[in-house]
Design a protein around this ligand. Structure first.
Ligand code: ZN
Length: 59
């Protein structure tokens, strides 16, 4: 199941939503910023079908 979580781009600071698979408790994936199009890594924690946290990893 996918839920949307808001993350902030570490490069341009823009916040936008990404789809997170809530069946995986701890995950790490790469996404492209919707605004500046730079790829960055995101770590997400999920529990009971909800996204607990989603954080952009800079550098
Ligand atoms: Zn950006």
């Amino acid at each position: 199941m996918e839920e949307f979580a808001t993350i902030q781009c570490p490069y341009c600071g823009q916040s936008f939503d990404v789809a997170v698979d809530t069946s995986i408790p701890n995950q790490r994936f790469t996404t492209d910023c919707e605004v500046c199009c730079r790829p960055f890594e995101v770590t997400a924690e999920c529990s009971d079908g909800e996204v607990l946290s989603a954080t952009a990893v800079s550098g």
